[in-house]
Ligand binder design. Structure first.
Ligand SMILES: [Zn+2]
Ligand SMILES: [Zn+2]
Length: 94
């Protein structure tokens, strides 16, 4: 699946691998510990480039529904552009 964020490079977006609910949970846990761990995990397990992995991790919401860039807290879709600030959110419910 291709995702784009108007605030981030590359402008054409990146390709996100299919992630199972347990993988999302794992990535969220790693991100909460340290984003470096989840970047490494994505590179090692999914063979993503460092740039792609960082792009994904930068957009993962630490709190479900809460935008990773502003204080908007009513995000209700998994991959959603925030209606307030326009930032892409990986709003995983896990
Ligand atoms: Zn972004
Ligand atoms: Zn926002």
């Amino acid at each position: 699946m291709n995702v784009k964020c108007k605030n981030c490079l590359p402008k054409e977006g990146i390709e996100v691998p299919e992630l199972s609910p347990s993988e999302k949970k794992k990535l969220l846990e790693l991100t909460l510990q340290s984003p470096i761990y989840s970047v490494k995990y994505l590179v090692d397990i999914y063979g993503l480039s460092h740039l792609e992995a960082k792009y994904i991790v930068a957009h993962v919401n630490r709190t479900y529904g809460l935008c990773n860039r502003c204080n908007f807290d009513k995000l209700d879709k998994e991959y959603m552009v925030c209606p307030k600030c326009g930032s892409l959110n990986f709003n995983w419910e896990c």
